[in-house]
Design a protein around this ligand. Structure first.
Ligand code: SF4
Ligand code: SF4
Length: 92
């Protein structure tokens, strides 16, 4: 990850919900997904491939929406975190 982005991620504040707002609809679809673009395109490294499953570190999500757009199979059930949870951005 580039250093500028890492610095910016440190400016974010998270309230982590115990319930994921990113749900993979079907892991079988992921296993057959050739390039798995969610892994490389997510700026917060939320997705990783471990064993035979897509792991989702949803607590790191900065809610940019990229994964939903790049998934060729619309296999991510993406919602904004429940009220009061998720990322908030510091200004100044
Ligand atoms: S891009 Fe979609 S189908 Fe492919 S691995 Fe990611 S979530 Fe699964
Ligand atoms: S919404 Fe953005 S930060 Fe969150 S998992 Fe998707 S690509 Fe990553």
């Amino acid at each position: 990850m580039n250093e500028g982005l890492v610095d910016k991620l440190y400016l974010l504040k998270y309230e982590v919900d115990e319930e994921s707002h990113l749900v993979i609809k079907d892991q079988k679809v992921c296993s057959e997904c050739e390039h798995k673009p969610c892994i490389n395109r997510c700026p917060a490294e939320v997705y990783s491939w471990e064993g035979d499953r897509l792991q989702v570190a949803y607590e790191n999500c900065v809610e940019c929406g990229v994964c939903k757009i790049v998934c060729p199979y619309e296999n991510i059930d993406w919602r904004y975190p429940r009220g009061g949870y998720g990322v908030s951005f510091k200004f100044g």
